[in-house]
Design a protein around this ligand. Structure first.
Ligand code: 2SA
Ligand code: GDP
Ligand code: MG
Length: 435
């Protein structure tokens, strides 16, 4: 029998990329950038609520479901079992990528176990949000929560069901009967036509078949064969249904633990966790945000950073970098290195603030409270830095960056005790400094 001890390292390994804040940290750019060095890129949670922006060759592309490695021909892309897939959104995205001149068939695989987002999930998402007296989360309206509800209630329809039209019809009729009761009786809305839906979704059989795979087995076998895998998180740690600012969260696990359950990759293959952090903070949707700036400075961050939702176009709330939240996020995710993004957005500020602790009921605290009631009450304590007021765009190494920029980054590393290995100073692939 093969001995297996902690001292033995397998050559094959998986790296996870996670958002350490409220999403939109620039994960798409980093995944695209790193994909050139990986064999396979995997999405493991969320769905078409995500908007991952990639800028290359004067093009700006936003991906919602397809992993951000798709623009590297040598890279295979996998949508894992933890993702909820809207088949219409997926086919539309495949078409868009093909139109850009990239092959998708044979390079993209979707898990037979992934759950589907059906039209009733999207309708229920908006009905919940718009109901009188409802607690408004500020969802993207893409049906994410209702689809995960069905998954955990063991009523969900999965990718594999599309390949068995008779079973699909039975499940659709059962589900829609229950949903239509809710839609009509609770929300006083017109129900959905089951026959139309059965006809529409039965047609996905042949279209989706070439992409379907037992991805759990495939990924583990690829790792055993020595291939390298990058796991692409969507949203961010503070939106995690278990570790985020519940109930103002998404319905999945963006944190690194979710990468294993959402892909089937055994956890002992995961060797590195890259935490992507914006040099300031944004949040889109509702919920507490201690460092939010409701003044001209916040407006300026949003304007220079073009902070609008990559899926919905909603304006993102902006504020200073929060190290209390970030420290928590690095711990929960086991982050081994930080990718610091959008540093260029701070170029135009004379003063840059960083939150180092919170005041809560007259006491200073350094541990992040994840419950919304407490988090809404804390007041940030700031350290102020003098801005550098120049562009670092020409720098190709850390040493070439302005001394004040370097001092700011070194301060973050000391406070966070994790190295910053990747610094992004613009949306393009080449606007990147490695250390
Ligand atoms: P949902 O739709 O059920 O997942 O919404 C629940 C909360 O999760 C937030 N959420 C996001 N936050 C940041 N970025 C996301 N993706 C898009 C982007 C957002 C957009 O890249 O800009 O375009 O508006 C994302 N997806 C979900 C959401 O705002 C709720 O707070
Ligand atoms: P993601 O969801 O984490 O992939 O991030 P989004 O794509 O939703 O939002 C990040 C936005 O910032 C996109 O418009 C990117 O093109 C842009 N971006 C990424 N890195 C940088 C950077 O270093 N500087 C600037 N100015 N923009 C960046
Ligand atoms: Mg985004």
């Amino acid at each position: 029998m093969k001995e297996n001890t902690a001292r033995q390292q397998t050559p094959a390994s998986a790296t996870v990329i996670v958002g350490t804040q409220f999403g939109d940290e620039g994960k798409g750019k980093l995944v695209d950038f790193l994909s050139a060095r990986f064999d396979i890129v995997v999405r493991y949670q969320g769905g078409a609520n995500a908007g991952h922006t990639i800028c290359f060759d004067d093009k700006t592309v936003v991906l919602h479901l397809i992993p951000s490695g798709i623009f590297h021909e040598g890279c295979t892309c996998v949508i894992g079992n933890g993702v909820v897939i809207d088949p219409n959104a997926l086919l539309e995205e495949i078409r868009q990528v093909e139109e850009l001149g990239y092959d998708v068939q044979g390079r993209l695989f979707i898990s037979h176990n992934a759950h589907l987002i059906m039209p009733y999930h999207k309708l229920l998402d908006s009905l919940h949000e718009n109901a009188q007296n409802a607690r408004k989360i500020g969802t993207t309206g893409r049906g994410i929560g209702p689809s995960y509800e069905d998954k955990f209630a063991r009523k969900g329809i999965r990718v594999v069901d599309l390949l068995h039209p008779e079973l699909l019809e039975e499940k659709l009729r059962d589900n829609l009967e229950a949903k239509n009761k809710l839609i009509r009786n609770v929300y006083d809305n017109e129900g959905l036509d089951v026959d139309k839906m059965v006809r529409e979704y039965s047609e996905f059989d042949a279209i989706i078949n070439p992409y379907v795979k037992n991805t759990q087995l495939y990924l583990n076998k690829q790792l055993r064969a020595g291939k390298s895998i990058l796991l692409e998180g969507a949203q961010g740690c503070l939106l995690d249904v278990d570790h985020g600012t519940y109930p103002y969260v998404t319905s999945s696990n963006p944190t690194s633990g979710g990468a294993s359950t959402g892909s089937g990759i055994a956890p002992n293959y995961i060797k590195n966790v890259i935490g992507v952090s914006k040099a300031y903070m944004t949040r889109v949707g509702n919920g507490a945000f201690p460092t939010e700036l409701l003044d001209e400075t916040g407006e300026k961050l949003g304007k220079i950073g073009h902070e609008f939702g990559a899926t919905t176009g909603r304006r993102r709330r902006c504020g200073w970098l929060d190290l209390v939240a970030l420290r928590y996020s690095l711990i929960v995710n086991g982050v081994t290195e930080i990718a610091l993004t959008k540093l260029d957005v701070l170029d135009a500020f004379d003063e840059i603030k960083v939150c180092t602790s919170y005041m809560l009921d007259g006491r200073e605290i350094v541990d992040f409270p994840t419950d919304d009631q407490t988090l809404s009450k804390v007041k940030p304590v700031y350290k102020t830095f003098k801005g550098w007021n120049v562009s670092n765009a020409g720098a190709s190494t850390f040493e070439e960056m302005h001394p004040s920029t370097r001092a700011y980054i070194s301060f973050l590393e000391e406070e966070l005790e994790v190295p910053v290995t990747f610094i992004s100073v613009g949306p393009g692939r080449d606007e990147t400094v490695f250390r």
